[in-house]
Design a protein around this ligand. Structure first.
Ligand code: ZN
Ligand code: ZN
Length: 362
């Protein structure tokens, strides 16, 4: 990321702050700090004021922080307390209205700010997150690279999946393949869920061994330049799929394809969600699709916008979202298919290669 990019992002943020009559924003959410300055460390405060941007971090980042941040912000290293240093910076500004990120700041840190800063503290939510929704070409390219890497890693592992292998072993192979291909980290714990466990939409991977004729659901991600991909595939293991497995799989696939074709920026989250949900509901499986259709992807694996029945917020142009319908039948199993889609000015563009037919791993 270039200093120029950070400068433009900060400029966009400053015009938002002006709109809220804020003199500064204290940014404490690390993905937001990364977005605005390039700093990737695990501890920092960032103060964005009209004429200044200051990253305050500790001695562990003495070398890394200036290198990553460049001229995007001043870097201050405080070996004792980043908070005391922040209050030192704010000391001359006790008439300022300073925004805090109310959706992420802990109650303890808010109390600390109340004590250490004499000016006005204004809780604001999602100011930086709102800017992050519309992706630049570079951000889209990073997500596409992460999705490509994730698919290659999965393709490498598929031949070793067979009856008797346990979920942990499959997840370990996949995570190893992801890391070898350069995924910076797993954006969330890999889900490998076999048999009836595939009916748990957010199953935790377990020691259970996959049995013949069972569904196997794999939900996993990759991260490139900080940007996340998030994919889900479902297979049948050990034998040919039965009629019901095939029917459910085809229905989920049909719902996903239709949603990915018709999804547009400018729709509300609820309209987007309905694209897939209506297909599933019409066939009588509405109750078995109990989660939202998708979520935004970026520096975080779950970010705005939400594609959910309860969301009236409009999806902005240039968002990257997941499309992940599923059908979960308790005691039987579940099927989910998840791909990543960029909503550009020319319509939706899938950043991954959606699964077509149901694959039987034998
Ligand atoms: Zn997922
Ligand atoms: Zn997802």
């Amino acid at each position: 990321m270039t200093t120029d990019t950070c400068g433009q992002r900060q400029a966009a943020l400053r015009s938002r702050l002006e709109g809220e009559a804020l003199d500064a924003l204290l940014v404490t959410h690390l993905p937001n700090i990364r977005y605005l300055t390039g700093f990737t460390g695990s501890a920092a405060l960032l103060l964005i004021a009209v004429e200044r941007a200051v990253v305050i971090t500790d001695f562990r980042y003495e070398v890394q922080a200036p290198r990553e941040v460049g001229s995007a912000a001043e870097v201050v290293i405080d070996p004792v307390s980043v908070w005391s240093r922040l209050f030192g910076v704010l000391k001359e500004h006790d008439r300022w209205r300073v925004g805090i990120e109310s959706h992420v700041l802990t109650v303890a840190d808010a109390a600390r700010i109340g004590k250490g800063f004499r000016g006005e503290v204004v809780p604001v939510a999602d100011v930086v997150e709102d800017l992050r929704v519309a992706k630049s070409a570079d951000e889209v390219a990073a997500i596409r690279a992460a999705a490509g890497l994730a698919q290659e890693a999965l393709a490498e592992v598929l031949p070793s999946i067979r009856v008797g292998r346990d979920e942990f072993a499959i997840a370990a192979d996949l995570e190893g393949a992801l890391r070898r291909r350069g995924s910076e980290w797993h954006p969330f714990p890999t889900i490998v869920a076999s048999g009836p466990r595939s009916a748990l939409p957010h199953a935790r991977t377990s020691e259970r061994a996959v049995e013949s004729g069972e569904l196997l659901l794999v939900d996993f991600g990759a991260q490139v330049d900080g940007y996340c991909a998030d994919l889900t595939r479902t297979y049948v293991v050990g034998t040919r799929a039965d009629e019901r497995q095939r029917m459910v799989y085809d229905l989920v696939g049909q719902a996903q394809r239709l949603a990915m074709e018709r999804l547009r920026a400018g729709m509300t989250g609820a309209e987007a969600d309905a694209l897939a949900r209506d297909v599933i509901r019409r066939r009588g499986f509405g109750d078995a699709f109990g989660h939202a259709l998708g979520h935004g992807l970026g520096l975080e694996v779950h970010e705005a916008p939400r594609l959910a029945a309860s969301t009236e917020t409009v999806i902005p142009a240039h968002a990257v979202v997941t499309v992940e319908p599923g059908i979960y039948l308790g005691g039987w199993g579940g099927v989910r298919l998840e791909d990543d889609v960029y909503l550009g000015p020319d319509g939706p563009e899938c950043l991954s290669s959606p699964a077509a037919e149901l694959i039987e791993l034998m």
